[in-house]
Each structure stands twice: as structure tokens, then as C-alpha cells.
Design a binder for this molecule. Sequence first.
Ligand code: HPA
Length: 235
Amino acid sequence: MTPHLAAPKGAIAETVLLPGDPLRAQHIAEKFLKDPVLYNQVRGMLGYTGTYKGRRISVQGTGMGIPSANIYIHELIEFYGCKTLVRVGTAGAIQPHLRLRDLVIAQAACTDSSLIPLRFRGQTYAPIADFELLYKAYVQAKARGFPAHVGNVLSTDTFYPEEKEVYRPWAQYGVLAVEMEAAGLYTLAARFGVRALCILTISDHLLTGERSTPLERQETFDQMVELALESVVAS
Ligand code: HPA
């Protein structure tokens, strides 16, 4: 048990999918995992363990933003020995060539969070994905004909910025989309020597103001989950 996860050691698989929304964790467990067992309800942050194509897999909600997500990620790695962590989430596009429902496989993650300057005495660290997971996800996405982009994302601490102009420099330097957790995940994974990947679907376009409907979000979310599961069983 940890302060936030009421599961005995061994109840959580080495491979964990990490949606922000705990109800998405429940949806993934019920739709994709065989014999899912609920191991956590503390703070409503649902976590389940089951199997997918014979591989033991857990799915754990993380909440929104690096401070919340990193509590769960830290405890999963340090206390439960998790070795492969794949975030599945949504992002807002900041490049004109991205479309609603496209997939973004985050090769790296910039951040406006104090996470990195605090850990690195004001210097810049570049959090990156595990290459093998990234490669497998890209190959699986192409094989399925999913529109997938590989590149940099911005993990922001601010969902409602004062002005959208704050994204301009990131966009000018090629960042594809904005989300809220990947840089925290990649930094902790590096610190503890485990593998991590973040796969995102574009739920809204921050340049045009377009948003996908709840039904579209659900369908694209399911495609992304399938991609994440196939990538981890292949690697
Ligand atoms: N900002 C941060 N995270 C997000 C957004 C956004 O606009 N859209 C989806 N996730």
C-alpha cells in the first residue's frame, strides 16, 4: 500500500496504461482487458489489473497535470516495480497540419512546469520517450492506417492560459500539441530507469477552436488504447 494506492505489492502489473480520467481506466479495463480486477478506489482514482493477449496489464487513472500524475507514476515505479508505463490521453493541436482525431506519439515533451528547473538547478533537461516503445507504436499505427504524427509536445501546467499567444514560440519550434503530463512521466521514467511512452489523440485545435464531439473522442480513444496495448505486447 502507498498513500494513494490501496493495492498489495504484486497486485499491479509491470506494464501500466495511464489515462488521466479514472472512468477511462474503468472503460479500458472493461472493454480491453480479460478478467479485470479493481485494485484501487482511493480518491476515486480507479486502477485495474487484467490480461491482454495473455500479457498481464494494469490500467491506472492519474488525474490531470504533472503534480497529480507524478504521484501515481512515482508510486507505481518505486513501490510496485512497474517497468513499462504508457500514458493515453488527449491534446490540443498547435500546428495547422494536425487534424482533430489525429494521433500524436510524443517523442519528447517540453514543459512550462517548474519540475525540470527545480531538479536541474535551473538548467534544461530534455525528457524523451523510450525508443523501442515509440518505434513499435509508430509501426503499429501505420499498419492500422491511423493518422499518426511523431514529435515534440508541450506539457503545460495551465489549461486556461491568459492568452493563446503563449503557444506561439512552442509552435514556431515545431511542437505539435499541448497536454499536461508527458514531461513528468518521461522525467520520472528516466530517473528510475524504466520505459515510458505517451500517445495522444487530438481532441481540440488551439489554432482554429475546433473540438471533437464526445462520440468522436470515445472512438479515437479506443483506437489509441488498441495501439498502446499492441505496442506493449510487441515490445
Ligand atoms: N491544453 C492542455 N491540455 C489539453 C488541451 C489543452 O488545450 N486539450 C487537451 N488536453
